[in-house]
Design a binder for this molecule. Structure first.
Ligand SMILES: Nc1nc2c(ncn2[C@@H]2O[C@H](COP(=O)(O)OP(=O)(O)OP(=O)(O)O)[C@@H](O)[C@H]2O)c(=O)[nH]1
Ligand SMILES: [Mg+2]
Length: 276
């Protein structure tokens, strides 16, 4: 299965991001700390060109802290990039960003020429939540569903910094199957555009490999299931996701696993490790 979800507003958003780019001094790219590589949109990378980029690994509260440290080291190697792990609702993290942004364009006299910064990223990574925390009040709608923001929004953060919030954009076809499954598992894809059971089976298989103990503890498993479908089968039985005749409703069981993963109830889980 490859994920193909590129609705009309994303197509428009891509065009608007490209049109605004010449005016932008610094990119604030919001990545999902649980999968910083898969949540890096190659299309945005290309549009950004050589502009300095503050890469925030958001939702760090849900990610495995050791793996997040490894990702930060990985991104430090990229020229013009500063990686930072944050929680978008945390005011202290927002203050760190406000301090860092002007430092990324050291040669600029901000009183003469204010700094323009654009927040970009894939859907549901916390761009609008971060904008609200940076501004200190609710200026943009944020919610736990992909594609909440559908229009670009400009906000004056101060006399010297202007910020743009943009709609989350994916790319037209996510060819890397593992990336597609993990992105869908993280919540970056509208549920109507994916097969919940397939996604949960792939995520479940990864969890069994990388976080066996956490899964075993969460679902009280005496033995380790062999694969993703077997894990869903046990979760379905434990949580009463059954259909007539006592068979497991796999779609419901998939919903349980994905919901609990996204809510951090299985533990602090990273869905991707950095390349060596
Ligand atoms: N656990 C956790 N949840 C977060 C964090 N930041 C944002 N969220 C949640 O993630 C969900 C999506 O947040 P939004 O700010 O709407 O995301 P967005 O990137 O603007 O999404 P689109 O506009 O759809 O592209 C909301 O339910 C937020 O509360 C964080 O640091 N940790
Ligand atoms: Mg948004």
């Amino acid at each position: 299965m490859s994920i193909q979800w590129f609705p009309g507003h994303m197509h428009r958003a891509r065009k608007q991001i490209a049109a605004l780019m010449p005016k932008v001094d610094v990119i604030l790219e919001v990545l999902d700390a649980r999968l910083p590589g898969y949540s890096s949109n190659p299309m945005l990378q290309e549009l950004r060109g050589p502009r300095p980029c503050l890469k925030v690994l958001n939702k760090a509260d849900l990610a495995d802290p050791q793996i997040t440290e490894a990702w930060k080291k990985f991104f430090q190697r990229e020229a013009g990039t500063i990686p930072l792990d944050i929680q978008a609702l945390n005011a202290k993290d927002a203050r760190r960003i406000i301090t860092l942004l002007p430092r990324m364009v050291p040669e600029r006299n901000f009183l003469m020429q204010p700094l323009t910064c654009m927040i970009v990223g894939i859907p549901n990574v916390g761009k609008s939540t971060l904008l609200n925390t940076l501004v200190g009040r609710k200026v943009a709608r944020a919610a736990n569903q992909a594609a909440i923001t559908t229009k670009q929004k400009r906000v004056h953060l101060s006399d010297t910094i202007t910020l743009y919030d943009t709609p989350g954009v994916l790319w037209p076809k996510i060819d890397n199957e593992q990336a597609g499954f993990m992105l869908a598992g993280s919540g970056a894809v509208r549920e109507t555009a994916m097969d919940n059971t397939q996604v949960a089976c792939a995520v479940g298989a990864y969890l069994l490999k990388a976080y066996a103990q956490a899964v075993q503890a969460r679902y009280g498993l005496p033995d380790m299931p062999a694969d993703g479908p077997a894990l869903l089968e046990v979760i379905g039985r434990k949580r009463g996701c059954l259909v007539k005749g006592g068979t497991v409703d796999m779609d419901k069981a998939a919903g349980v696993l994905l919901h609990e993963l996204r809510a951090g109830q299985i533990g602090r889980i990273s869905l991707e490790i950095p390349p060596v």
